[in-house]
Design a protein around this ligand. Structure first.
Ligand code: CA
Length: 415
């Protein structure tokens, strides 16, 4: 699909994408927006120009500080909005627009628009669905001979995380403080984490509510998923190894997780479906799925020391995940746990099989034993103060690209 707007060759925001986010429009405030190339479309202004009149959607639908109420309209509506934007900006439909008015009122340069937290996240669940990551962590934290716990190939393992500290890209995060127990000490000490880490993840956004007691079938679970974002699940490894027994991570994870500002719809990802890994042993019936439910999303993590160029430390892919999103959602609700629009379910760290594809510093530096060397000669076992962590993700097939943009987080010294 070609647009009459000019789009840079490697843009994540092609006409095939049309993601949704919240832009802080100068003079207007937070608005639901979309993006094509470097143009941000203020959908409230777009609606005021009458482009959604025949869909029965007034401008007030888009004058919202978060996407939740828009998503709650359901895919039957949101798909039409996405299609209408594609039609309007398609090169084959150049006629009929008042271009000066459209540019003046509804289009903004991406570089001048602050992107805000796109969702009110009520609930956040973090899965643990990469077999490579779970194996690596099991080897390092427990027992190399039995790295995967007996439940792992039967249950999409997860824990409930903290929703209040999920923030949008560009939010700066102070190094957290907590309890650390060095291996050679008898008692813990208190101080800033010495092992601050990222976790390369994606998260899916719940698009349809369920009632308490209701379960979502793995066979139609994607109907309940609106779209996806990149997700940097910041972690403090020294807190984690001391606190996680017996109830799992707490302060090592809940100080901040950072998401990309654009929610990419499942519709936009449709062309990038791929089969997932073979699951052995066979899963229980409620976790059985049909068709290709993984997606070929290239993922990378870069570290940018203060004032220096960025450097890629990890390249991975969403397709490596052992458990797919439908299985995660079916498992999450099989006991009757209800879902709300805007809830986030994160994938867990997405590692590949080779060392360059590990999705955390814990694995890349193998718990600090193999430092990563940056181009300036400095080394990283974990993340330093003033480092910026950048994650990017995109799909590309037959020269058609759909991407997530980036999620960017600068780490500041402890307060
Ligand atoms: Ca995580």
């Amino acid at each position: 699909m070609k647009s009459w707007l000019s789009i840079e060759p490697n843009s994540d925001f092609t006409l095939d994408n049309i993601p949704f986010g919240i832009g802080n429009i100068p003079g207007s405030g937070p608005r639901i927006c979309s993006r094509i190339g470097d143009a941000i479309i203020d959908l409230e202004a777009f609606a005021r120009l009458g482009y959604f009149d025949d869909l029965g959607l007034k401008d007030s639908v888009f004058a919202q500080p978060v996407l939740n109420s828009f998503i709650a309209l359901g895919k039957s509506i949101t798909c039409k909005v996405r299609k209408r934007i594609q039609e309007c900006f398609s090169a084959v439909n150049q006629g009929g627009h008042d271009f000066p008015v459209l540019h003046e009122i509804a289009l903004h340069k991406a570089s001048v628009i602050e992107m805000l937290m796109p969702l009110q996240v009520g609930n956040y669940t973090d899965f643990y669905s990469s077999i490579e990551h779970a194996t690596n962590v099991g080897i390092m934290f427990r027992d190399p001979a039995n790295a995967l716990l007996p439940n792992w190939r039967h249950i999409p393992v997860a824990y409930h995380g903290r929703a209040s500290s999920i923030v949008v890209s560009e939010t700066e995060i102070h190094r957290p403080k907590g309890q650390i127990k060095p291996a050679d000490a008898d008692t813990p000490l208190f101080g800033p984490t010495m092992q601050l880490d990222f976790e390369l993840e994606t998260a899916f956004v719940i698009g349809r509510e369920t009632r308490l007691g209701e379960s979502i079938s793995a066979l139609n679970a994607e109907e309940y998923i609106f779209g996806m974002v990149l997700f940097n699940d910041l972690s403090a490894r020294d807190f984690q190894s001391w606190e996680y027994v017996p109830l799992g991570p707490f302060l090592s994870k809940n100080f901040a997780s950072v998401i990309s500002p654009w929610v990419v719809t499942l519709d936009a990802l449709e062309h990038y479906r791929v089969p997932g890994p073979v699951q052995e042993p066979e899963v229980l019936d409620y976790l059985k799925t049909k068709g290709d439910l993984n997606y070929d999303i290239n993922l990378e993590v870069l570290i940018q020391p203060d004032g220096k160029p960025e450097f890629a430390v990890c390249r991975s892919n969403f397709r490596y995940l052992y458990w797919n999103m439908s299985q995660q959602l079916a498992h999450h609700t099989v006991n009757g746990c209800n879902m709300r629009v805007g809830d986030l379910c994160a994938s867990g760290t997405i590692s590949g099989s080779g060392p360059g594809s590990y999705g955390s510093m814990l694995e890349l530096s193998w718990r600090g034993t193999k430092p990563v060397i940056l181009p300036d000669g400095s080394e990283r076992k974990f993340i330093n103060d003033a480092d910026t962590i950048i994650m990017r993700g995109y799909c590309q097939k037959n020269n058609v690209r759909v991407g997530f943009g980036e999620v960017k987080t600068k780490i500041l010294p402890a307060l």
